[in-house]
Design a protein around this ligand. Sequence first.
Ligand SMILES: Cc1ncc(COP(=O)(O)O)c(C=O)c1O
Ligand SMILES: [Zn+2]
Length: 388
Amino acid sequence: MNVTHLECAACGLRHEARRLHNLCTQCGKPLLVRYDLKRAAVSLTKESLAARAPDLWRYREVLPVEHDENIVNLGEGFTPLLHASRLGAQLGLSQLFIKDEGQNPTQSFKARGMAAAVSMAKELGAKKLAVPSAGNAAGALAAYAARAGLAAFIFMPNDTPRANVIDCEQTGAQVTLMDGLITDCGAEVARRKEAEGWFDVSTLKEPYRIEGKKTMGYELAEQFDWELPDVIIYPTGGGTGLIGMWKAFDEMEQMGWIGSKRPRMVTVQASGCQPIVRAFAEGKRFADEFPNAQTTASGLRVPRAIGDFLILDALRASGGTAIAVTDEELIDATKVIGAAEGIFCAPEGAACLPALQKLMAEASVKADERVVLFNTGSGVKYVESFSS
Ligand SMILES: Cc1ncc(COP(=O)(O)O)c(C=O)c1O
Ligand SMILES: [Zn+2]
């Protein structure tokens, strides 16, 4: 076990490891897990990876679980990084890749975060786990909680895609549908959790989902033979995956695996809900809540993110940017990607394509640069988005 402590991402206050935590006890911002990376690097070497299982637990030394028996595993992670040569040729890019997170258990990258969070909840003794979700995080929590023998209480907007609701019910969770958005669902969890004895596993309100999601950064490096790409385009709601990858890059540099060069990180949001895009354009470190949030890409319907400053810091430090695309653009893009590459993307993942096209239109991406689009989930969960 190489975890040394948890550290507040805003004020730096140290929190003890091995205890259930939510936000910083001093300032209410997210906590990040810190490791003794020198110690981790003794057994976690690039060479050692060749013999390890093709799931995210191959990076065991930089993951927080102490005892192997607490790992809740459905085969998450180590998803394919596919060279999108046909789509690339259409766009005039020779090195376009798609990281296909739709191939995770529960069909989205949310499996990574929940595998880590549920394993830690189990290890630290939580019994009832609650989450507000736009859909995919709910399905992932339901599945991992079931596999761990823990109870899952899920709160989703009542217009969440049907497949997400059925998915949670069929994996044994207790589902509550609410009027409003994910932020309203989060407020309901916060209001009831103490009386109900729930542990709140909301994005970034507990420290371990990001640890599971950061493995996308480790995988990119490993799959590209330890050379990070030039540009990463990532559909951003709460931002856990982007913040996690950024953390992974720093950890890998500290372990001597990569240098200081970083990809340009690009956030994609829907034009009907673009708090991070606005804050980026206005030069703000914290994002205002986006009013009347609307988009068919339900995972992007996050009007306020507690990790806003971490997303915005990473975009700026990387020389990246934040781009909004319309629902029409992202739905049209699903078929373009699907027909060219055989990958049926979630609308959130498809949104990366029009964002890339906008970057190319302003000459921000060169023809031979290595670009990765994150398809964060599978389109099969979104039949409503494609049937009108
Ligand atoms: C398919 C999909 N993509 C992207 C996101 C946004 O992810 P994050 O909260 O890590 O920014 C979500 C969140 O629900 C999602 O379900
Ligand atoms: Zn703090």
